[in-house]
Design a protein around this ligand. Sequence first.
Ligand code: HEC
Length: 254
Amino acid sequence: MRKLILSALVATSVVAAAGTANAASGAVLTKPGFSWEGVFGQYDKAALKRGYQVFHDICSNCHGLKLVAYRNLSAVGLTEDEIKAVAAERELPDVPNDEGMISPRAGRASDKYISPFPNDQAAAAANGGALPPDLSLMAKARVGGPNYIYSLLLGYEDEAPADHPIPEGKSFNHIFPGNAISMPPQVMDDLVTYADGTKATKEQITHDVVTFLNWAAEPELDQRKSMGLKVMLFLAVLTALMYALKRQIWKNLH
Ligand code: HEC
């Protein structure tokens, strides 16, 4: 029996360890440590807002975020006016008018984040044939989640190793499965200027945009964790009350 438990434990730790290496490329992911990790971890509000700025200024030129409505961006610290302004930056086909003509209209707060390209074919054609995937659930879609995206964005090499040439138009990335990625390197120092004065190193920019993308994939995390804490507190108080009650009832019998 003991042996069985031991081997089960070993098996689980092997599986857990394998989870930290990227399944396809075998590269080990960097784990920068994020504020929302751990039992009580919550999103770092300032990082969320900075991360949104990076997504808006850089990533949203190629990637969509079609599961996030503009109005949800209030959770990352945008005001109502800022939300209206960012929604109006892009256009959507309107409903047909009385003559059946469809004209474009500006985006509204209630619209989902409007993708940069009208369709997947146009997106792929503009990116050397590779489709920039929608990033709404990317933090959940890859093994390693946020650590994968973090490591990927910082995983570029200027030159491919001599024994591993990369096709024209692609870049060498030691995290991406197969190493030849169609996304050029994105982050570099001082790529953005942060409104809150934070120094925009490439690690900081990456950390912030990954925070934003994790929020996009799991916006309810903060509520879930604070509800969990309340439930635990409630149960602790209830246990104490029950114990006191039990002692009261059994007092004369002991
Ligand atoms: C110039 C266009 C462009 C920009 C800007 C861009 N990407 Fe990409 N991205 C791509 C393309 C193209 C792919 C598909 C790569 C492939 O399949 O080889 C991609 C793929 C990805 C992937 C998926 C990798 C995988 O495992 O499949 C992630 C994550 C990603 N990008 C994140 C980002 C983030 C975060 C930003 C902003 C900092 C960003 N991208 C900016 C073009 C872009």
